[in-house]
Structure formats: C-alpha cells, structure tokens
Design a protein around this ligand. Structure first.
Ligand code: ADP
Ligand code: MG
Length: 245
C-alpha cells in the first residue's frame, strides 16, 4: 500500500488572540489517500480553515505530526514550505486570494510558472486557457478579478488550484458562491482530478449535496475532527424498542 497523502498524528494548533490563548485544533488525526475526496463540514468558527492552513504549512502546528505527500512539515523552513506548496498543492482559499493586478489568465499561468514544471511560455498559456475554459471562463481570460463576480473569482481560484494537477487539492468552500449548475460542474472537475490524476481532495463545505458526494465526510466541532457516523446519517434517531411510532 502506498502512504496516505495526508497523515496527521495528534496535531494541535494554539494561538493567542491578544492576551487570550486559543486552542483552535485539538488532537487532529487525519488520513487521506491519493484519489480520495474527503469533505469537512462543521459550524462556522469550528476550525475548518485553520486545518487547511496547518495542512498547507501556512500555519505551524503547535504540537503533533503532519505529513503531506511524504514531507514532514515540521522539518521544513519557510522557503522549503513554499517550494513544497508549489510542487504538491493546489489551494482554493475561502476568499480566493487572487492577485488583483493580474488578469484571470495571468493568475492561473502564474501557478504553473512557479510550480517549476519546466513548461515554456506558450505551453503555460495553453494550459492556463484550458483550465479557465474548463471552469466556464473561456470568455473572461483577460478580466481583472475586480471585473469578475464572486462566483467567477472563485472559479479562477479553482482553475489556479487545479491547473498544476497537484497531488493534494485543498478547497475552502469551493461552491460557496456558485449557483447549483455551476457548483455541480466544479464538483465534477474536482472528482475528475481525484479519479484521473490521483489527486487527494480535501474540501471544506456547507453544501450538503457536495458533502454527500464525497467518499467520506468528517465533522469539525470546536477544533475536534470526527468521522460522520453512517448509521446516524442514514437512519436518523433510533427509537427505543417498544416506542410508539
Ligand atoms: N489568526 C488567528 N488568530 C486568532 N484566532 C484565530 C485566527 N484564525 C482563526 N482563529 C480562530 O480560530 C477559530 C477557528 O477559525 P476557522 O478555522 O476560521 O473556522 P472555520 O473555518 O471553521 O469557520 C475561530 O474561533 C477563529 O476566531
Ligand atoms: Mg473557514
């Protein structure tokens, strides 16, 4: 068996909010395999985005181990983490983080340039155009983010995250700004990436239709991650024997 793409052991994240210590992630034990699509659900403020930050090395776990694509993140310095992200990760941020001075096409092309794929300028452009067409933005290539709707910016962010065919895609509310049809389309793209390229996909979502499609759903609650119980999800509350129906 190959190694899981993500493996964490008792990962914790503590932060200070002014003088107030916060325990944001609590003993996270998470495994995600290549080709697997895992949904993370949970209330606002429960720690979902913080988990994404820790898995991408953008926040350092306070304790525990985090291994992603064979890298022990605690052993990497900031420069090495940046290289690790460029080569292995695609990240769709909750608020997209597009570069405001660059067009949709330039935003997507930049991801390919810094991933050090060795591709030439023409090939990079071709792949970036194809990625934007895939998310339905073939007519928006030269638009700046400010000239795009929220849903369009979100899809540029997704094209940028997927264009490098990353080993791990981390997507924070990927359908949050999309109508149902467009949402279904981008879900299809993420599943294609998982099934055809072997990408491990972790998506954070409030969208129950999206969570149901995932291979597994995990629940974040007050910084703790647990498996969603299939029995509970399918049968609802179990009645005691002899209870009135
Ligand atoms: N940089 C930070 N400094 C202090 N507290 C933070 C920081 N980032 C997140 N938090 C806190 O951590 C908790 C989890 O936040 P977050 O991971 O964004 O939740 P979610 O994505 O589930 O809505 C919240 O209580 C939030 O206020
Ligand atoms: Mg969040």
């Amino acid at each position: 068996m190959s190694q899981p793409l993500i493996k964490t052991s008792d990962a914790n994240l503590h932060m200070m909010n002014g003088n107030v210590p916060l325990h944001i992630l609590k003993d996270i034990n998470l495994k995600i395999d290549a080709s697997e699509v895992v949904a993370i659900v949970g209330p606002s403020g429960s720690g979902k985005t913080s988990l994404l930050m820790v898995l991408s090395g953008l926040e350092k776990a306070s304790s525990g181990n985090i291994s992603v694509a064979g890298h022990d993140l605690s052993g990497l310095n900031e420069d090495q983490l940046a290289i690790f992200r460029r080569r292995n990760l695609g990240i769709l941020f909750q608020n997209f983080h597009l570069i405001t001075s660059m067009s949709a096409l330039e935003n997507v092309a930049l991801a390919l340039e810094i991933a050090e794929t060795g591709l030439g300028v023409a090939k990079i452009r071709e792949k970036a155009v194809a990625a934007l067409k895939e998310v339905g933005l073939g007519e928006r290539l030269n638009h700046l983010p400010s000239a795009l709707s929220g849903g369009e910016q979100q899809r540029v962010g997704l094209a940028r995250a997927m264009v490098t065919r990353p080993r791990l895609l981390l997507a924070d509310e990927p359908t949050g700004n999309l109508d149902q049809d467009t949402g279904a389309m981008v879900i299809g793209l993420m599943f294609d990436l998982a099934r055809k390229q072997g990408t491990a996909v972790m998506l954070i979502t409030h969208d129950s239709a999206l969570a149901e499609k995932a291979d597994r759903t995990l629940i974040m609650d007050h910084g703790r991650l647990s498996e969603k119980s299939p029995a509970k999800a399918n049968t609802g509350v179990r009645k005691p024997a002899g209870a009135k129906t």
